[in-house]
Ligand binder design. Structure first.
Ligand code: PLP
Length: 220
């Protein structure tokens, strides 16, 4: 009997199937393995299987886990997917290869300053509050065009747009909305879709899916 697929193989297979349905090239979809809360010992098997892009939601946690892992796997990439406080901008610029949560002018300012100091530019996704939820981070859709213009003026490399749709309702309309906002603003990247809905996101244009539970199991 054939060995059962690993979770990573299963997720990749499902991304491949969604791409086929949508007539998309799987090479245009980056799987971001969300390793937040999981220790290095849980991350290493995925690295050995060839996974290279990971997502963390806290600066401090990433600082404790990733320097050693990067030494062993120098081509691994770590993306920040969680909210970022302006006072952590410098640490974030030093540590991450990409930031998915640029969502407000004060953070833009802090990131520009940190990038200028570090002499490097870290690509950023602008997070959009697609459900216009009070408690959620993200730029309001109505403020997006102005915010993108400010980021472009500041020479922040924009990777695209990111969203976390409201919980417990069908996410497809929100993914389609983010896709349209990206298109209207001339941006290629769409960071959308998590364990429960990444295939839907791929069919609606996701270029980056952020998958944790389906790869690592439930978080403690
Ligand atoms: C935790 C998290 C994910 C991954 O969620 P899963 O449901 O475990 O796949 C994706 N995006 C963000 C912003 C997260 O915080």
């Amino acid at each position: 009997m054939k060995n059962p697929d690993t979770p990573l193989q299963q997720v990749r297979e499902r991304i491949g199937r969604a791409c086929k349905v949508a007539r998309r090239d799987p090479a245009d979809v980056t799987l971001v393995a969300v390793s937040k809360t999981h220790p290095a010992e849980a991350i290493e098997p995925l690295l050995r299987e060839g996974q290279r892009v990971f997502g963390e939601n806290r600066v401090q946690e990433a600082q404790t886990k990733w320097p050693a892992l990067r030494e062993a796997w120098p081509d691994a990439e770590v993306h920040l997917i969680g909210q970022l406080q302006s006072n952590k901008a410098e640490d974030a610029v030093a540590l991450f290869d990409c930031i998915h949560s640029l969502d407000r002018p004060s953070l833009l300012k802090a990131l520009v300053k940190a990038m200028d100091r570090a002499g490097k530019r870290v690509p950023c996704f602008i997070q959009v509050n697609v459900g216009e939820e009070d408690q959620k981070g993200g730029c309001a859709p109505g403020d997006l065009a102005g915010f993108i213009a400010r980021a472009r003026d500041a020479e922040i490399p924009l990777a695209g747009l990111m969203c976390i749709p409201p919980l417990d309702i069908e996410p497809a309309p929100f993914f389609a909305f983010l896709d349209k906002l990206a298109r209207d603003n001339g941006l290629t990247g769409r960071s959308m879709g998590m364990s429960g809905d990444y295939e839907t996101a791929v069919m609606l244009g996701a270029t980056h899916v952020r998958v944790g539970t389906a790869l690592f199991g439930a978080r403690g």
